[in-house]
Design a protein around this ligand. Structure first.
Ligand code: FAD
Ligand code: MLT
Ligand code: ZN
Length: 468
């Protein structure tokens, strides 16, 4: 069967775009190197028509398929299982910017467009596509939409879902749904677009998207502030919102140990403030100029110092300094990976509950696992923390994960649940959080999700074993 299938696949998209030999680890292993799968083959279609042909072949031969973009997902959703029976469908060759409509402030792109390449193409038009995340040099628009990615600008511009107006999707039957549209209002029945966004490749293959653009601010600049407690960081957020309004485009928090790890693994990166319990990175977008933004930052931070909300602050004096501050923030994930195996979390809470959540979860974890090191950082402005757990210093990461991951997760997610939070804010469910979904989502919600999956993909061929 598989020979017949592979021959048909080669005929449909060209033999050179069906990979079965050589080093395929870039497709078969995830970014964290936590999941190691084996694909029947890697198919690299060139356009929507070829994707549809591939999906029809899969449906005819009963072959499961795993859509993949940049393979930067953090929940193991974009790599094949080890069976060697599923087709890895890579969208990376589909990387065209199809059309700008600058009067409508929209752009239509192929799903395999790399996020950073799109940001640059949009900037060349004097406009802004605000989605921004550490993996933007590899992550694709299709992957961003399939995971409903968040990132560092959600506070002002929303997550990937809010930035998408229209989609083109290949269904599980290999039909093309052309839902590309730049309309900001369209109440014509069920919202199919929103069904596919965040579905992690389990309901359809996203092949194109129409995205919202924004005027480019005159200046974007950053500041760092040191806070002695999470309560103070939350108060600073309130003050920044009140004083900067829509000008506040980023509000990230970095715990002391997170920045200690960056210092240990990237000692060359400047850390302008002395070590503090919490370092906040604020980003401001200004319609006038960089110096205008700096003056507004200085006024905000001087008042915060006087009110006892912060202990120290540094306002970037140049674009290079702003970039360096962001670089520090974006280096935490890599520093953590270099430190060794760890247990990652991506939790959402009402911002008002975050100080109490941190106190509760920290105490419970330290009681259960003395010496466990908590790498807490994230998008405080969105109520989204990456509350990660690193093994005790010098400990065996693999053994810790094997023996304690389930209990660490239970402690963290029970605390999240007790504050009305979510165990997945922006990374999705993938393979990593399926059991959590099963246990923590309501039976009614799960029933509705299964009914949708059954209706759209009755053969269960699209990314099986992921999400549900
Ligand atoms: P992949 O990893 O290839 O796939 C992810 C999922 O989407 C898989 O389930 C896959 O099957 C599915 N998929 C991919 N393409 C398609 C398609 N065309 N149609 C249907 N399904 C598809 N995420 C955040 O939200 N915020 C962050 O700040 C953030 N920072 C990150 C920083 C680093 C260093 C890294 C490594 C990751 C980060 N992420 C972040 C994770 C994030 O989910 C991804 O970076 C990105 O959104 C995934 O895009 P991708 O193209 O790599 O998708
Ligand atoms: C981030 O905010 O840096 C990302 O979501 C990556 C991570 O959680 O490590
Ligand atoms: Zn994040």
């Amino acid at each position: 069967m598989s020979t017949e299938f592979l021959d048909a696949l080669r005929a449909a998209i060209g033999a050179e775009h069906v990979l079965t030999e050589g080093d395929l680890s870039g497709y078969e292993q995830d970014w964290r190197k936590r999941w190691h799968g084996k694909a029947l083959a890697v198919a690299r279609p060139a356009d929507t028509g070829q994707v549809a042909a591939v999906v029809r072949l899969c449906a005819r031969h009963g072959v499961a398929l795993v859509p993949q973009g940049g393979n930067t997902g953090l929940v193991g959703g974009g790599v094949p299982d080890p069976s060697g029976r599923s087709l890895l469908l890579s969208l990376r060759r589909m990387n065209r910017v199809r059309a700008f409509d600058t009067a409508n402030l929209t752009v239509t792109v192929d799903a395999g467009c790399v996020l950073q390449a799109l940001q640059e193409a949009v900037a060349a038009q004097g406009l802004l596509f605000p989605l921004s995340l550490g993996a933007e040099g590899s992550a694709t628009i299709g992957g961003n939409l399939a995971t409903n990615a968040g990132g560092t600008q959600v506070l002002r511009y929303g997550n990937a879902r809010e930035l998408c107006l229209g989609l083109e999707v290949v269904t599980a039957q290999g039909e093309v749904w052309d839902g590309l549209s730049g309309l900001r209002k369209d109440n014509t029945g069920y919202d199919l677009r929103d069904l596919f966004i965040g579905s992690e490749g389990t309901l359809g293959v996203i092949t194109g998207a129409t995205l919202k653009l924004f005027p480019r601010p005159a200046a974007v600049t950053t500041a760092l502030a040191a806070c002695a407690s999470m309560e103070q960081a939350v108060e600073l957020l309130k003050a920044a919102r009140a004083k900067l309004g829509a000008g506040l485009t980023g509000f990230e928090v970095m715990g002391r140990f997170a920045l200690d790890l960056v210092k240990r693994h990237f000692p060359e990166l400047p850390q302008p403030l002395p070590s503090a319990a919490w370092t906040v990175l604020l980003e401001q977008s200004d319609e006038e100029s960089e110096s205008h933004a700096q003056v507004r930052f200085e006024a905000l931070l001087a008042a915060a110092l006087e009110d006892g909300l912060i202990e120290d602050a540094a306002v970037a004096q140049s674009q290079a300094q702003s970039n360096a501050m962001w670089h520090l923030r974006e280096s935490i994930t890599l520093a953590q990976a270099q430190e060794g195996l760890n247990i990652k979390h991506d939790v959402a809470l009402p911002v008002s509950s975050i100080p109490a959540y941190c106190a509760q979860a920290d105490a419970a974890l330290h009681a259960a696992f003395p010496g466990a090191r908590i790498v807490n950082f994230g998008h405080l402005g969105d109520g989204n923390l990456h509350y990660n757990v690193q093994v005790p210093e010098g400990g065996d990461g693999a053994a810790f994960l094997r023996d304690h991951e389930a209990e660490v997760n239970r402690i963290v997610f029970d605390a999240v649940q007790s504050f009305g939070g979510s165990f997945s804010a922006e990374h999705g469910i993938g393979a990593l959080k399926r059991e959590e979904l099963e246990q923590r989502k309501s039976p009614v919600a799960l029933g509705l999700m299964r009914a949708i999956k059954q209706a759209l993909d009755p053969q269960g061929l699209l990314n099986p074993g992921r999400v549900l």
